[in-house]
Write a protein that binds this ligand. Structure first.
Ligand SMILES: [Zn+2]
Length: 182
């Protein structure tokens, strides 16, 4: 579902065609990027102390880069439209709503989605520079953030993962309680 969200958002790239000469950087090592993203996602997910949340964070932190696909396919359009605060908020709300589970579980799903998004931005800020199209798809403006922003992004991501773990445990506890009382 998250991949569908990211791919859908990648279509917004076509709203912002680029001039000639700009395309997918040929020097990018895709397997290296996948491993780096999965590692930071795994690290962030660990703060939840919950296996499902750890796996979700690992997957989502990696999948967000699917927004590069239009550029990768050779379309001369804006890159990484999902590297946006708007995408992080919308995808988190959508994943929470679609998880259609108990309230705490839905909240945990939304929180871990936001956590993965921020964790990815943190890594990108550290590795490639803190410049993001934060307001895509409303505007294709590259916002330049302070160099140290990755620390803030990663701290918030870890905190959100931690709270998502609490929500999952609350949900499990209430299920156990219901089981005992019935
Ligand atoms: Zn990225």
């Amino acid at each position: 579902m998250y991949l569908v969200c990211t791919l859908f958002f990648s279509l917004f790239a076509f709203l912002y065609p680029l001039g000639g000469g700009v395309g997918f950087p040929s020097d990018i090592c895709i397997p290296c990027e996948l491993v780096k993203n999965a590692t930071i996602g795994l690290f962030t997910g660990l703060f939840s102390f919950n296996l499902t949340m750890i796996l979700t964070a690992t997957a989502f932190t990696t999948l967000i880069d699917a927004d590069h696909i239009p550029q990768f396919l050779g379309f001369n359009v804006y890159g990484r439209p999902a590297h946006s605060i708007i995408f992080i908020v919308l995808s988190s709300v959508l994943i929470a709503l679609l998880s259609r589970k108990r309230r705490n579980e839905a909240l945990a799903s939304g929180l871990i989605t936001a956590s993965a998004g921020l964790s990815h931005l943190s890594l990108d800020a550290l590795a490639g520079g803190p410049v993001f199209p934060l307001f895509m798809p409303i505007a294709a403006v590259e916002v330049i953030l302070p160099d140290s922003i990755w620390i803030l992004f990663q701290t918030i991501a870890a905190l959100l993962a931690f709270i998502s773990g609490i929500q999952i445990r609350k949900s499990a506890a209430s299920v156990a309680k219901l089981g005992r009382s019935s």
